[in-house]
Design a protein around this ligand. Sequence first.
Ligand SMILES: Nc1nc2c(ncn2[C@@H]2O[C@H](COP(=O)(O)OP(=O)(O)OP(=O)(O)O)[C@@H](O)[C@H]2O)c(=O)[nH]1
Length: 622
Amino acid sequence: MPAIPSHVPEPSRTDPALIRNFCIIAHIDHGKSTLADRMLQLTGVVEQRQMRAQYLDRMDIERERGITIKSQAVRLPWAPTHDKSSTHILNMIDTPGHVDFTYEVSRSLAACEGTILLVDAAQGIEAQTLANLYLAMENDLTIVPVLNKIDLPAAQPEKFAEELANLIGCDPDDVLKVSAKTGLGVEALLDKVVADVPPPVGVKDAPARAMIFDSVYDSYRGVVTYVRVIDGQLNRRERIRMMSTGATHELLEIGTNSPEMLAADGLGVGEVGYLITGVKDVRQSKVGDTVTSMHKGAEEALGGYKDPRPMVFSGLYPLDGSDYPLLREALDKLLLNDAALVYEPETSAALGFGFRVGFLGLLHLDVIRERLEREFGLDLIATAPNVVYRVIMEDGVEHTVTNPSEFPEGKINEVYEPVVRATILAPTEFIGAIMELCQTRRGTLLGMDYLSEDRVEIRYTLPLAEIVFDFFDQLKSKTRGYASLDYEPTGEQTSSLVKVDILLHGDKVDAFSAITHKDAAYAYGVRLVAKLRELIPRQAFEVPIQAAIGSRVIARETIRAIRKDVLAKCYGGDISRKRKLLEKQKEGKKRMKMVGSVEVPQEAFIAVLSSDDSAGSGKGKK
Ligand SMILES: Nc1nc2c(ncn2[C@@H]2O[C@H](COP(=O)(O)OP(=O)(O)OP(=O)(O)O)[C@@H](O)[C@H]2O)c(=O)[nH]1
């Protein structure tokens, strides 16, 4: 491993000609984090003994699941092999690979001039490789194609080099072949980044403009904001202005990450680093916003700022009602670090007090839920995830529905649901199975391209609601795990959607209301009613369970009555035994929820909401 270069240029005074800003885009598990680790090691910024796998993924959940959620930037000094005297500064921006976080990927790309397109040499191009490649092309980035994992016996570097070369229009020989695991070829890759990625261009004497590409809450220092300076410079202690809100802050600290924070006097053209202003909430320092100086600042923001918009909603309820204040506190804390999270209090007749929470997608939902349970010790029930509907009434009044039980009654003119453009990559033998699945999910075929003889890219428009449930699991099982999926929101469409209510003894159970396509309503009703009949114990009176659209019942089951006499067994006069039985019954009652006049065990709610074949359970992540 090379030693740390003796001369590392001063952060604020780096000549832009020596800077290379790049990121790594890859499909999940193709080895981005491992490659980043190797680069940290080779450039000497992390010493061998401090090295731990996935150095840049700091959150526990990221580490356990092996996924990157928050992007990070790190400054790597590198003197290319052919000229050891010119130390360059490579700013590597690690981007999240998952579809829920596409907006963060696109911001990270906007902070770079080049990107490493990393593809697993045993897998080939996958859906996210393509999605990210298109994003990189839109941003005019120089693309450095790389095949990873060439140490694997199953690797087919020649075949996939051809595939990659066809895709981006280069020579197969220009595709670098590396092993992020062993380090083979990684030095050559760093040299190629220096040679191929253009240095940043910006106007040194112009008013400062820096783009925020990440913003992270730190419990000691407040919000740490990651920026790329485009024009001018930002200096320590000056007052800065956030251009989307006009808010001004004092720049308490500015510096670079190597990979730990290193304070500097300022950041100049093309540089990547962090800012600390003492703000306590990432919403005050939004990804995509432009930072400028308060005095003689820039007039025009850098384009592209967009507020994150929640796509999927779910109700979160504490199992133990007395945990409600704790849940509120926990959500407030997570909000500090997550500008995409939205929530508001909600009450459910069946589940009590809780929150309706909005997420970017299913992975985001899973991560938040897991953090609430793990970091705050909460036991939660989550209602089936649903998308956001726009309902226009006959009198022109418009409703935005984020909770199925609030779907308006009365005369409805039109219902709009969000749609996505989905890209599926798979071996050609599965084309039939994939098309069948997409058709049953109300998909419209957009097109199909062959990437090579045996791999195909299929594009569909699909309602988001059909994807958020178990689509990905189904796709995987129908293609023996070979298909990959990516999707991006593309707007909305009108659909024949109805609300199905579930009634217990005539009372609606709000937690089970669902919005479905009218053709799927009957199946949903029948399934839920049958399941509830299995799960709800017999009561002292007969209980009908019905599924209904408005006042029209579409499915029905009945729980027959019993006379529940726990003391019947206690013939004779053994008082202590009687007392024991009565106490046991009292304990059981505590875990019951009353829905109208019916006692429903909490387990029944959990079983229905968490089972795979209900209206969806959040298991469709990738
Ligand atoms: N054999 C071999 N395995 C590798 C190589 N690079 C990465 N891996 C393994 O591939 C798996 C995925 O690697 P990661 O670096 O976590 O992948 P990633 O692309 O960062 O994944 P996300 O963060 O989820 O997007 C890990 O088990 C790595 O050990 C390689 O060059 N050779």
